[in-house]
Design a protein around this ligand. Sequence first.
Ligand code: FPP
Length: 240
Amino acid sequence: MAQNKDIPEILPTHAAFIMDGNGRWAKKRGLPRTAGHREGAKTLKKLIRDLDDIGIKYATFYAFSTENWKRSDEEVSALMKLLEENLDDLVNYKNENVRLRFIGGRERLSDVLQKKMNDAEEESRTRTGMTVTLAINYGGRDDIVHAARKAAELIKDGFIKPEDLTEELFGSLLMTEDIPDVDLLIRTGGEQRISNFLNWQLSYAELYITDALWCDFDRKELIKALEDFAGRNRRYGDAK
Ligand code: FPP
């Protein structure tokens, strides 16, 4: 049953999330870091349902960064396994109208995970509800370099001239393609960084950083962030 009385009138079209603090959540309980990630996956599933219920059109989550390969083999394997295990029912629920997409380099991921990602994208391609994007092996700079290579190819092959390359065209060459820029970035766990997430797409995003750890981030915390967003004065560089 939707409890929609609590929803602010002004909502972000696109909310993005840096899901930080799983390790700390586990440590506080004397558990291994991987237990924090397992709990974090549960939080993610619940939050997707809340976001859909609230009416957010695009939600993007930083599940694994290009830098996360530096973590221990044990932690990397646990994260990859969690992704494999959870992809099937991440967005299949209730009205089953949620589209799942992925950004990030796939070549370094296991064949099993790549197949699940391709299947989930294919299966949900025509859905018209919320678009959930998971960033896996994603880096904002890597995204920009890929787009720059595509632009260079277009110029080399004579499809466009250098002066045809606008911000809009360049934006469409990024991994997010047709997904609009981020309106609200929520980072849990208190760190005040972007951490190489959606560098281009965050240009005019409002930033909301909470000390709540990802595993503790729930609908109530989400509503707090949305209320804060609704009160912001977005000027996009204008003086008003
Ligand atoms: C950062 O917390 C979190 C991650 C690197 C992984 C985020 C992944 C999940 C929430 C699970 C994703 C699962 C699915 C199914 C998509 P941290 O480990 O850096 O925490 P710390 O700052 O407390 O050490």
